[in-house]
Design a protein around this ligand. Structure first.
Ligand code: ATP
Ligand code: MG
Length: 268
């Protein structure tokens, strides 16, 4: 079992001309393999800053991040191991895939860098991963990203994230740029993979209703502070904070959507 602890993290950005922006203010939570946490908040609340700190693209101003109880190493083998353990799926499947490289190349790269399988097994492993995200390998493997639909591209990004056999996955609004009609398919895929692989998932979204369906716990972030954290049902059914209530009331009813009518996912 892998554990991740975000301990009292504060992040201040220094912005030229605008002074300091406190993007995160004393944020703490615990995520472990097998568990999904929905991280919900409006634009600018600090969600992506948490993702960037988790992927080591930003460092905390104060506080710390622990993997299995140990701080994230700043470089070398330790950082590599951390990055193999925790993978990211980004919001924009157009920007996160290189237009010049084939799908095969994108998925082979982490397999080779992290020595996941023997050299003569790489092709079979690429195909296995594509099947894992419900793509037909022969249809996509030698194509480039622009030849795929947005949904297919996001599936490739998920396959690439899984290639290193991570235990934790951070998905930063993974369906918000996709056509409304295919969002649920991609979210269900993520939920299936989470269960089958026993992953710990931090699912970042604007939308409280989808967070409820895909998460064990929900954290509500407002202006860099956690205003609510509890089981998904408790947060939705008996929100303690007015901000959570306003988020809930502005989010369409999930029951209606999942019964097959309108589209809550349109709100993400
Ligand atoms: N590199 C940066 N430099 C300065 N300020 C930044 C930087 N990145 C983020 N911020 C600021 O930090 C705050 C939190 O931003 P963040 O991107 O984490 O929000 P978010 O919740 O992901 O928003 P969204 O839902 O729009 O993606 C915002 O006020 C933002 O303007
Ligand atoms: Mg963001």
């Amino acid at each position: 079992m892998t554990t991740l602890d975000f301990n009292n993290v504060t992040k201040i950005y220094n912005v030229r001309g605008a002074g300091q922006i406190k993007a995160l203010d004393d944020v703490s939570f615990h995520l472990e393999s097998g568990q999904t946490i929905g991280l919900v908040g409006q634009s600018g609340s600090g969600k992506s800053t948490i993702a960037k700190i988790l992927t080591h693209l930003e460092t905390p101003t104060s506080g710390e991040v622990l993997l299995d109880g140990a701080p994230i190493p700043n470089s070398g083998k330790g950082l590599r191991r951390y990055r193999q353990e925790l993978r990211m799926v980004f919001q924009d499947p157009f920007a996160s895939l290189n237009p010049y490289h084939t799908i095969r190349h994108h998925i082979e790269r982490p397999l080779r860098l992290d020595h996941v399988v023997a050299k003569d097994q790489v092709d079979a492993e690429v195909r296995r991963l594509l099947e894992r995200v419900r793509l037909v390998p022969n249809d996509v493997i030698d194509r480039r990203p622009h030849e795929l639909s947005g949904g297919q591209r996001q599936r490739v990004a998920i396959a690439r994230a899984l290639a290193s056999r991570p235990t934790l996955l951070v998905a930063d609004e993974p369906v918000s740029m996709l056509d409304v009609s295919i969002r649920l398919g991609v979210l269900n895929l993520l939920a299936d993979l989470q269960r089958e692989e026993g992953l710990g998932v931090l699912y970042i979204t604007h939308d409280l209703a989808t967070a409820r369906h895909f998460s064990d716990e929900i954290i509500v972030l407002n202006r860099g502070r956690i205003v609510e954290h509890g089981s998904a049902d408790d947060v939705i059914l008996t929100p303690q904070h007015p901000y959570t209530r306003s988020l809930r009331d502005s989010s369409p009813d999930p029951e209606k959507h999942f019964a097959g009518s309108g589209s809550i996912l349109g709100g993400e």
